[in-house]
Design a protein around this ligand. Structure first.
Ligand code: SF4
Length: 316
């Protein structure tokens, strides 16, 4: 990759003292681990929209689909100020080449899901979306988003990281300067990664690329990108990964001894029964890819989708 993956992030997660009470919500995984491989673009909606630090805290109030942003004690309505700023800010963020955004959970400004919205009588319902997060997600519907809370779940974390690295590769390799040859090469390299998420998208995208010459290249790439991001958002499962592993084994039919095949099948079975994590069969397959110099598999992103230092694929 030419440069680090650029990720938007709620500023308080980086340890910046921007919260209403002058505190922060430092997340060490995001700063110390993921932070080695990404470049963060911090955004604090409440500070950037002009509310200062410290400030009165906010709540969402009213219709969960269209709530108002109200201060907790003085009950002042700041919806218009926040929305005006957020609409301008998302347009500015177009220039930042973001491949993802990590939001602070539960915030009336930054929360992306299940944020408390209060009825006029003061009863909370976890049905809202923070004001800035909503504007951001409406403006960039294909860019992966997550929040700090959900990222503690290993499967959600892995899925998000896979998507941001894939989107970066897509932009670097194809979208910057679209061409049919580049699209075919990208698709070839990412086939098994796509298959590990969705057989339906794997077939559909294969057909799209095969018949691609009928469609103007920019439109074709737009369609491909949409399918790609939709596919990768779908969860991988042990069943889906097992299917890909069997597929991978097929490439070594002639080279592997009966004993080596047996060992691989035993490890696939252990993975299927949740006794070993996905990284175990993948490591063995990578060993054979290197040993038997399999050129098609060498290029497969499925075998190496993100930096090993992130220690992913340990729980699937
Ligand atoms: S949650 Fe959002 S608005 Fe609140 S301090 Fe963090 S970045 Fe700022």
């Amino acid at each position: 990759m030419e440069e680090k993956v650029r990720i938007g992030i709620s500023s308080c997660l980086l340890g910046n003292n921007v919260r209403w009470n002058s505190g922060h919500k430092l997340d060490r995984y995001l700063t110390d681990t993921l932070g080695q491989f990404v470049e963060y673009v911090p955004v604090c909606p409440e500070v950037e929209a002009g509310f200062g630090v410290p400030r009165e805290s906010f709540r969402l109030v009213g219709d969960p689909e269209n709530p108002r942003l109200i201060t907790f004690k003085s009950k002042t309505d700041h919806t218009d100020q926040m929305l005006g700023w957020a609409r301008k800010r998302v347009r500015e963020l177009e220039k930042e080449n973001l491949c993802g955004f990590i939001f602070k959970s539960d915030s009336p400004s930054s929360g992306m899901i299940r944020v408390k919205v209060y009825t006029e009588k003061g009863m909370p319902e976890k049905k809202g979306v923070g004001m800035f997060a909503r504007e951001y997600m409406d403006h960039f519907p294909l860019i992966p988003v997550e929040d700090d809370g959900r990222l503690h779940n290993p499967q959600i974390r892995e899925n998000f990281i896979e998507r941001i690295f894939t989107l970066k590769r897509w932009r670097d390799d194809v979208a910057k300067k679209p061409g049919m040859g580049k699209l075919v090469e990208f698709h070839t390299r990412n086939k098994l990664l796509i298959l590990s998420h969705s057989q339906k998208h794997y077939r559909l995208m294969g057909k799209l690329v095969a018949e691609g010459k009928k469609i103007p290249i920019k439109e074709l790439c737009g369609q491909y990108e949409r399918h790609l991001m939709e596919a990768l958002e779908l969860k991988t499962t042990a069943k889906k990964n097992n299917n890909v592993l069997q597929h991978l084994m097929g490439y070594f039919k002639k080279q592997l001894t009966a004993d080596e095949k047996q060992e691989l099948l035993e490890i696939f079975d252990q993975y299927r029964r949740n006794l070993v994590p996905l990284v175990v069969p993948i490591t063995l397959i990578n060993h054979y890819v290197r040993k038997y110099d399999q050129p098609y598999l060498k290029m497969q992103t499925y075998l190496n989708p993100h930096p090993v230092e992130l220690k992913l694929r340990a729980f699937l």
